[in-house]
Design a protein around this ligand. Sequence first.
Ligand code: AVJ
Length: 349
Amino acid sequence: MSISKTASSKISSQYTIEKRLQIEHLLSPTPSELNKLDPGGDVVQGLTQTPKTLPPRYFYDDKGSQLFEQICELPEYYLTRTETAILQEYAGEIAQMTGECELVELGSGSSTKTRILLNAYQDMGKKLSYVPIDVSAGILESSARELLVDYPSLQVHAKCSTYELALARLSPTGLSSRMICFIGSTLGNLTPEECDRFFSQITNALQSGEYLLLGIDLAKPKHLLDAAYNDSCGVTAAFNLNMLEHLNRRFEGNFDISEFEHWAFYNETQQQIEMHLRSKRSQTIQLRALDLTVEFSSGETILTEISRKFDLKTMQQYLQTQGLKPLQVWTDQQQWFGLLLCQMQPSVS
Ligand code: AVJ
C-alpha cells in the first residue's frame, strides 16, 4: 500500500538524517563568545547616529522568525503568497533552465518556498543539495531536519550566519552548478549602496555560468503597501517591537517595549516602506554589554527597516551592470511581485 510505504521510507530515512545534515555556526551561539565575534558594533553605530537606525537582521531571533512566519500568513501581506504562486507555476521551468544545481538560500527561514524548487529538481531526477543560510539558529535547524525527513536523498549543509560571512565562506559545490536563491524581496532591506556591495559579494561567490534566483516586491499603489505593513492583527507591530527584546537579551538591555510603538508607511518618492519604532516619551535606555546609554526624546524614532519596491525593467538593467545576465523574468497577473533568474557572466579582464 502506498501510504504505508511512504511512512516506512520516512522512518528509515530518519536514521540517515544525521549523515545528511551538517550545521556550521559562523555566528557564535553562546553570549560569551558572541562578544568577540559579533560585538554589536552595528547596534552602537545605529543608536548613536541621528536619526537612529537598527539593522533589520536583528528582527530575526527565534521569536522574530516565528512572527515573520505569521506575517506571511496575513491577508494584507500579499508578498509571500504571490511569490509562492509564481514559484509554483514556474519552478519546473527554472529547474529545466539551470539543470542540476546546488541551492544556496540567503535568509532561508522556514524553507517553505524552497520546497517548491526542491520538488521541481526532484521531479527531474536531479541530485538535491541545499545550503540554507540564516541568522536564526532555531529555525535553521528545525527546518533543515523537516526537509531531510521529507526528501530522503537531500544533503543539507546549513550555515548559521550573516549573508556576508556565508558568501565569503562557500565551499565548492559537488554538483554541476549552483544557484543562489535570494527570494522574498529581502533585497528591499538594502539601501542602494548596500545593494552594490551585496551584489559584489554575490558575484564573487558565483562561478561564471552559475545562477542567481532573485525575488523582488514591485511598486504598487500606496494603500496596498501601507496595509501590508500595518496589519489589523498587530503582528507586524509585534515583529517590529520584538527587535528591542532581542537586543535586551543579546546585549543586556533594558528597553521597555510598552514605551515604544510601531510606525510604518510607504514613502512614494523613495518607493520604499519605512518602518520605525517611536518612543512614546523621553527616556534613557542602556545596553550594558555594549557599554551604551541612549537618550530618546518623546516621539523620537528608530528606523528599523526600509523595504524598497522595485521596477522589473530597472532591476534587469541594474543586474546586467553587476555582471549578472537576466535570463528570464516571471511575474503574477497583477504584477505585484517579480522573480528573476540570472546567470553569472564571464568576467572581462
Ligand atoms: C523579509 C524583508 C521581505 O520587507 O516585507 C515584513 C520583512 N517587515 N513586514 C519585508 C517585513 C515587515 C520583509 N522582508
